[in-house]
Write a protein of this length. Structure first.
Length: 269
């Protein structure tokens, strides 16, 4: 009973949702310890507690052992949560592995138009993801993972259902042409290249104005220094000794040569 699809589940691509995973991999998941210990009686709410603890995305590794990411994916296919719940999974920005899990489930179960409309906004997410392979771990990003979901036929060792190409859906009028962020960035760069032609000229003129102002200030400082040096040259020859002050004393010019020491006249000896 633990491996059966929930009662009332709708067929996806005209088959049981669990059959979207290959039989060999599905049996490996049923036999794994993680499936037997933690995936029993999981619901769409309790599954979040395990999804936020995932540390890597991937399919099988080592001796064909399934990853926890793959086990939770099969559990989602088994319980078939509602679309609103899956959208809430995608909007949980803080849990990137939960977002990757929901993106893979949407790619496998939704219609082509909904897949492009829901997953293409995730191409703006550049956070890192650990990808577990047969030989070990590698580094990828959420936008690269989503791009693989939209363009490749096999992701995480699972053969994805075929969907119509985006160009075909655009020709049929089911999708609007995609707005490329790279093209917008290039166009914005071209606009910036045309704008700086004026700004660079203004910056150059401002630089020349600043240079002329600095030259003028230097000239003024030089002239001020020259004037100060001239004043110093005139005052350099003025005696700083207290002779001038002594000459202005009330004793007159004769008192300047009078001895102030006590002397004894020769007639008193």
């Amino acid at each position: 009973m633990a491996n059966t699809t929930v009662r009332g589940a709708q067929a996806i691509h005209s088959q049981n949702p669990q059959f979207l995973v290959e039989t060999v991999i599905r049996n490996r998941i049923y036999e794994s310890s993680f499936w037997k210990e933690h995936c029993f009686a999981l619901t769409a709410e309790s599954l979040i507690d395990f999804a936020i603890k995932i540390r890597a995305v991937g399919g099988v590794y080592g001796n064909q052992k399934p990853t926890e990411f793959l086990c939770l994916l099969l559990k989602l296919l088994q319980i078939q949560p509602e679309k609103e719940i899956l959208i809430e999974y995608l909007q949980a920005d803080e849990f990137k592995y939960l977002r990757a899990l929901a993106a893979l489930y949407i790619r496998m179960t939704f219609r082509a138009v909904e897949v492009y409309e829901i997953l293409e906004p995730l191409l703006k997410d550049y956070r890192k993801l650990r990808y577990r392979e047969q030989t070990g771990y590698s580094l990828t990003y959420i936008d690269e993972f989503v791009d693989r979901l939209l363009n490749e036929d096999r992701v995480c060792d699972i053969i994805l259902p075929r969907i119509s190409k985006r160009a075909v859906l655009e020709e049929n009028g089911e999708l609007t042409p995609r707005q490329s962020r790279l093209l917008n960035a290039i166009e914005g760069k071209d606009e910036e290249d045309t704008r700086p032609s004026h700004s660079r000229g203004s910056s150059r003129s401002s630089r020349s104005a600043k240079a002329s102002m600095s030259d003028r200030s230097n000239d003024r400082s030089r002239s001020a220094r020259a004037a100060s040096t001239d004043g110093k040259d005139d005052s350099r020859y003025v005696s700083q000794s207290p002779v001038a002050s002594r000459s202005a004393s009330p004793m007159g010019s004769e008192g300047r040569f009078r001895s102030r020491s006590r002397s004894i006249s020769p007639d008193r000896v």
